[in-house]
Design a protein around this ligand. Sequence first.
Ligand code: ZN
Length: 319
Amino acid sequence: MNILQKSAMLCVAFASTALAPPSAISFARGPARPEAVRKPAEFRRVLVGRITVIALSDGSVTVPMGTLLSIGPDRTAAALPRREEAAGYPLPVNAYLVLAGGKLVLVDAGCGTFCGPTAGRLVESLRSAGYRPEQIDEVYLTHLHVDHVGGLTREGRAVFPNAVVRTDAVEAEWWSNAANSAQTPEAAKGTFDAAKAMLEPYIAAGRFRPFAKGEPLVEGIRALAEPGHTPGHSGYVVGRGRQKLVIWGDLVHAVEVQLDDPKITIAFDSAPAQAAATRQGELRDLASTGALVAAAHVPFPGIGRVGRHGSTFAWKARR
Ligand SMILES: [Zn+2]
């Protein structure tokens, strides 16, 4: 399967969840009204040395994990604590606010309206933590899939009107290159279109500034190349030395499965072998350093550490 077919699957997966009636979303409990399936806004603070990081929930989106993971539905069902989640896995969507270098830096922007009624509540979570969207100084994107950029813009207007938006230059080039979009099947063009639409107000205002490898960001945060899920996928490292937290982005989608076997990839990966190697290497580093992790798709707040589990790894959620 090539990158274009995988892009198509990404769109289909998100489109199908966005179009599903609330009663079809396994995450939903109680009355099947859209407003009833939304969980309240959530935030959680954690200190990394002297830097405050606030986990913000965007909600969750149900995906057919069994058909997305490279091991297929039967092995996915056997590996998950709840077999039925192979057909409908409630993928959490988390973003992180970092108070570093005298700035408010938001890492990823959630789904906006792209993932259906159970997601898109990032701004509510931000407000419940005591911050307004206008206060955000910078938005750092791990990559340009819709569950990370979909909350940047609403009805053509920047949701974070005073923010500079940044991502790896390789990532920005991939999704803005018309040649890549032109070679994409019609059904998959949505990912390119969404990235373009979400970035457009920031580009128009001169506030979309991709960064080169090694370019300094706000003091206390640096980018960490994690290629494979997308060409310029990046994590972000907050703090340094023993006081360090690594924001993963999409290094892992099924934490119950991919730490035990990091070779397992997901259909959204643009270069699966590279994604697996990136994951294996970073898990090994984290298991030896014991650094904190903040993960976009691990149950909220998505904060924990990577431990050893025999010859592989295990997730240790921070309580
Ligand atoms: Zn994602």
